[in-house]
Write a protein that binds this ligand. Structure first.
Ligand SMILES: [Zn+2]
Length: 155
């Protein structure tokens, strides 16, 4: 039988806090662009780096050949353990701007769903390559209605 390829995916959720702030912009511009997500507060002129939280949902999809012996592209448990270790372990209950690389060392790099999906891709990719599967898609929901999908950054 010819080798069959398939895609599998796994989802996890985590809770984290962040704010969005461009250090090159003044207070008014940050509030205008980032609104409720800004570290500023409209009603408190002294507020600067105030966080707010999100319940994030992450879905990671990988593609590879279906192993004829197991019927697996990759064991779901292995994928779950990877997400627990490399994503949940770094993001859950964290203040992303202050605690999570690369955001904590690069205040100009916003912890948006788009950028977080990209960071998560970079964390997972080397481990998945070792498992001989290709990372296809990292989708991150910031709210049930808002999500970003990263597919390796190609246009
Ligand atoms: Zn937010």
């Amino acid at each position: 039988m010819p080798k069959a390829y398939a895609e599998i995916s796994k989802e996890i959720t985590f809770e984290a806090a962040h704010y969005l702030h461009n250090p090159k912009w003044d207070r008014a511009r940050n509030l205008e662009v980032f609104r409720k997500c800004a570290g500023y507060r409209k009603d408190d002129p002294r507020a600067v780096f105030y966080p707010h939280g999100h319940s994030y949902r992450l879905k990671v999809m990988v593609r590879g050949p279906v192993d004829p012996a197991t019927g697996f592209v990759m064991d779901f448990r292995g994928l779950k353990e990877l997400l627990k270790r490399e994503v949940y372990g770094h993001f859950d209950h964290r203040f992303i701007n202050k605690e999570v690389e690369p955001f904590k060392n690069d205040p100009g790099f916003q912890p948006t769903a788009e950028n977080m999906a990209q960071v998560i891709w970079k964390r997972l990719e080397p481990f998945l390559r070792k498992e001989k599967v290709n990372l296809v898609e990292v989708a991150l929901w910031e709210t049930p209605e808002s999500s970003a999908v990263f597919r390796g950054g190609k246009k």
